[in-house]
Design a protein around this ligand. Structure first.
Ligand code: ATP
Ligand code: MG
Length: 209
């Protein structure tokens, strides 16, 4: 028993500049709803789509993710993308996960519905969908039509019987890193938006001022 069971690894990629409770609630909910063994947070190296704004250095973003997840036994943070030179693409990360965890692993990419729309308009979405299942987090009441319309043709055909894009409703969605950076800059509190340890670390390091 157990030896042949397929391992279910959730992957939450992001800039995490900084990591916040929206990320953590989403990861925990995916872990529960989809019976995942583990959720791996993968902070990006140099993000391909965010070149307009210089983000905090990868080590600091990685550290905040470690601090935020340290007490949770099924959360882990990966250095995979920050140690890889150049921009990272989802497909490379999926391949590396299969290399690290073995073929007997199903990879579940957890993203906000906004991010999944971006991924599905990248190159080779069909290939990515073959190798990973997507969990799209939405607010309750979110209009799913845009998401459904942007699925590649192969996924539209397969969707009814064997969906590779799953939808998960979560309530805590209004939190964003952009808003947190703005609050810090304006001297406003970020209490309850990020874990207390992360808030303290941001303050001590003088980030986002
Ligand atoms: P920014 O405001 O800088 O874009 P962000 O808050 O969107 O930051 P990211 O690091 O860009 O955070 O997001 C990482 C992943 O988490 C993405 O898939 C994104 O869609 C998702 N995400 C971001 N905020 C939330 C939230 N409040 N609830 C659920 N998922 C979220
Ligand atoms: Mg974002």
């Amino acid at each position: 028993m157990g030896r042949l069971r397929i391992k279910r690894i959730g992957v939450m990629g992001g800039t995490f500049d900084p990591i916040h409770n929206g990320h953590l609630v989403t990861a925990e909910e995916a872990w529960k709803q989809f019976n995942l063994d583990q959720v791996l947070f993968v902070p990006s190296g140099s993000p391909p789509h965010k070149e307009d704004r210089k983000s905090l250095d990868p080590e600091s973003r990685y550290l905040m993710a470690v601090i935020a997840t340290a007490a949770n036994p099924h959360f882990k943070v990966s250095r995979m993308e920050i140690d890889r030179p150049g921009p990272s693409y989802t497909i490379d990360t999926v391949h590396e996960l299969h290399r690290v965890y073995g073929r007997n692993t199903e990879v579940f990419f957890i993203t906000g519905a906004d991010a999944i729309l971006e991924i599905l308009t990248w190159k080779e979405p069909e290939k990515v969908l073959r190798e990973a299942i997507f969990i799209a987090a939405t607010r309750p009441g979110y209009d799913l039509r845009r998401l459904e319309e942007s699925l590649p043709e192969s996924e539209k055909k397969r969707h009814a019987t064997d969906p590779r894009v799953l939808v998960m409703e979560i309530p805590a969605l209004a939190i964003s890193s952009t808003d947190i950076r703005k609050r810090v800059k304006e001297g406003r509190a970020i209490t309850y938006l990020v874990p207390e340890s992360v808030a303290k670390f941001i303050e001590k390091s003088g980030f986002y001022i």
